[in-house]
Design a protein around this ligand. Sequence first.
Ligand SMILES: *Cc1c(COP(=O)(O)O)cnc(C)c1O
Length: 433
Amino acid sequence: MPDPRRTVPRTDAVLDDPRLAGAVRERGRDAVKDVVRAVQQRVRDGEAPASDAVDLVLAALPPAGTTLRRVLNATGAVLHTNLGRAQLSAAAVEAVVTAAGATDVEMDLTTGRRARRGRGTLAALRAAVPAAGDVHVVNNGAAALVLAATALAAGKEIVVSRGELVEIGDGFRLPDLLVSTGARLREVGTTNRTSLADYRAAVGPGTGFVLKVHPSNFVVTGFTAGVEPGQLRDLGVPVVVDIGSGLLAPDPALPAEPDAASALREGAHLVTASGDKLLGGPQAGLLLGDADLVERLRRHPLARALRVDKLTLAALEATLRSAPNPTRDAVHADPGALHRRTEDVAGSLRGNGIDARVERSVAVVGGGGAPGVDLPSWVVSLPARLAVPLRTGAQPVAGRVEGGRLLLDLRTVPPGADAQVTAAVVAVAGGRG
Ligand SMILES: *Cc1c(COP(=O)(O)O)cnc(C)c1O
């Protein structure tokens, strides 16, 4: 064995290798040098042959600019919170790239003067929900609620049912968020039953608005009663409805899921929703409703702190203007087509000597949306020990482990990416799965 230290290639020799020219040009010599040093150490430690140095550097280079990795979501949760909720459509991705440089987000190119920020996005949202008198966009659903509470109820009361004081996830609770604005909560009814009389008794001169919150991540069944927004319209105070998921119009596949158009038609004065749940767009908070209320929100100083950037505006507009997107496709995927895709992937894997079976399964909307809705699906079932290598491999794939097997649900994978799932499994199973 020659002493590995003698064979360690020189830093400059590696950096000057033509195969690294692109990386050095795009990321800078220093960034690549850090990776070269790490590889030299592995050679010095006898972990890798010196002849592989350039290949090892290429493999170890982090993707340009971000430590975030592209993950194939095969969990069966369409909106996986830990995987960034909605996957953007190709049109939305293209729009983000267009807006990334200098863009006319606040300029009228005809006159050269300042123009309304994000006017194309707001017009698209208005067109998508004609029942809204006006619309506004902020950073996320929570920001939409904070803006409404601050502008309409600071120093006043928000009247809300005890059954709707929900925790969104990761310890964030809507009541805490609302109280942080300086509004006071006036809780009415009980966990399972709230009546119109409860609201009527609580509403008075100190009321900022009545809030209805869609319990988007749990279901209460049994002896329950609630009040529809339309019944609250005559109480003489604004009715704000947090629908959560961002459906703009009814979706027959999700009959229990509220939508903005219906809530407004039924009497809500203001609707708040997220952009990156069932709408399938970027993280954003949508506000739709009576023009005078929306104007009060827009003019509030806090609105400036909650405004969205040009990339969000671009992605949201593209999502609103083009019907298909990965979220909608996943929710509406035909089980028969899913079965065929799953059989194809499993067949290829078996052809590589991997223990891959096809099983029936159930996917969910996830991301705190449409609780209790089962989306019939199919999974490729694999040995559970592949779960970690698959998540940490060159192309990360996230599935779920159940009953001692790793299950990959293709409902949440864009159909064009099936071959990448197959390749990723083959790469980590080494043909011996
Ligand atoms: C998701 C959700 C929120 C929070 O929206 P974000 O966009 O995550 O800030 C608020 N209310 C309801 C009912 C939700 O479902």
